[in-house]
Write a protein that binds this ligand. Structure first.
Ligand code: PA5
Length: 387
């Protein structure tokens, strides 16, 4: 269960209008995804994961942004057991990073999951070339293609064309789901299944949250929508943003959730930061950051609010959470608490949906389109010209 400790003033009619727009958006495919999962696709994902477990010590996951951060967030947070270890590549253009990943792989058996919705992004494309070369050298061209799993568009893009031409195993990023909303599609599900995450439980958690936004539920319970913690949170951050709190600091007390923070920053930053609008998403991991950024949080410029993601924890850590909440409130920072009852797949499934929906609603409140990323495309176009 996810709970919040605040109750902002909510415009009920506006909220319903926004929810309708989100559901009706051409990129709204993630809204019902956890409740209406394509079970044949899920079975294919599990089969592929079992095959990779059988023949690979490593799975090289190549992708960037929405094609990378979501699954890494969950894998790092849960650290499940698996016969196959994940190596990440293609999320920078640093040749040092690439060489480190190739070195880590050494002579071990491996497969590749190359993930790119557009199939044209430079960072993953370069990494893919390097790992594909190694794969072909090790196994020969014929065996190598059986070890390449391509997750990309159903019909277009360079990666799609190459995958079809060579007969790679293919998974589809649905047209109506954008990168940063795609963690529960094959984009995230294959790497997570290989890493040993219980993807059924993850979906169950997400489906629980999605139930509050189903057409059937809202048809009968529209009046209750303002009680939904997701809606409360979306409105709270919007109200704070309008009051001049232009930075949101996501705070966690679990070091393993560092990549979950990174996923959050991408989700909110790319969805909301446009038309000179939005709240800058930042993050801290306590208690380590209490000894670095803690000073600023307590006493620096008062343009921040803090969103604590409050997982169940041991007694001492729980006392730190309480102390931080009290001290930072006394320091003049609005502190929002998001309580998560379970630190496991179900809990994270709930959180994924919680933040996806909150982000979409919040961006709409700011009057921007949560599902495009013109700024990222502008950088991609400039880089293409230079290269
Ligand atoms: O959320 C997004 O849409 C972006 O962050 C993309 O995921 C990122 O740019 C990678 O794009 P692609 O999957 O097309 O390689």
């Amino acid at each position: 269960m996810v709970t919040v400790n605040f109750s902002p003033e909510i415009d009920h009619a506006k909220t319903l209008k926004i929810l309708n727009e989100i559901r009706g958006d051409a990129m709204g495919g993630w809204v019902d995804l956890p409740r209406k999962y394509d079970m044949a696709e899920l079975a294919r994902i599990k089969e592929a994961a079992a095959e990779i477990h059988e023949d690979s010590d490593f799975l090289v996951c190549i992708g960037i942004g929405g094609s990378y951060l979501g699954h890494r967030a969950i894998i790092e947070a849960l650290r499940p057991e698996s016969p196959t270890k994940i190596i990440y590549a293609g999320n920078s253009l640093s040749h040092r990073e690439l060489e480190n990943a190739l070195t880590e792989l050494g002579d071990a058996d491996f497969s590749i999951n190359v993930i790119s919705k557009s199939g044209t992004t430079l960072e993953p494309a370069i990494a893919f070339e390097a790992f594909k070369k190694k794969l072909i050298e090790k196994y020969g061209a014929e065996e190598a293609v059986k070890r390449i799993y391509a997750t990309t568009d159903a019909a277009k893009g360079a990666l799609h064309d190459e995958a079809v031409a060579n007969g790679y195993v293919r998974f589809v990023v649905p047209d109506n789901i954008g990168g940063r909303y795609s963690v529960l599609s094959a984009v995230g599900m294959l790497p997570m299944a290989v890493a040993g995450v219980d993807i059924d439980k993850l979906l169950e958690g997400a489906a629980k949250m999605a139930a509050g936004f189903s057409e059937e539920y809202l048809a009968v319970n529209a009046a209750q929508v303002t009680e939904n913690p997701i809606i409360k949170y979306a409105w709270m951050r919007y109200i704070l943003g309008k009051k001049g709190y232009d930075t949101e600091v996501f705070a966690s007390f679990e070091p393993a959730t560092m990549y979950f923070n990174e996923w959050l920053k991408q989700l909110f930053g790319e969805s909301e930061g446009k038309n000179k609008q939005g709240i800058w998403p930042a993050s801290v991991v306590y208690s380590a950051d209490l000894h670095s950024l803690g000073q600023f949080m307590q006493d620096g410029r008062r343009n921040l609010f803090e969103t604590i993601i409050d997982f169940p924890t041991d007694e001492i850590n729980a006392k730190v959470v309480t102390a931080v909440r009290t001290a930072h409130s006394m320091g003049g920072i609005p502190v929002l608490n998001i309580g998560v009852s379970e630190y496991n797949e179900e809990g994270f499934g709930e959180l994924i949906y919680f933040f996806e929906m909150a982000c979409a609603v919040s961006a709409k409140l700011f009057g921007v389109n949560p599902f495009d990323q013109p700024g990222v495309e502008a950088y991609k176009a400039e880089l293409k010209k230079l290269l």
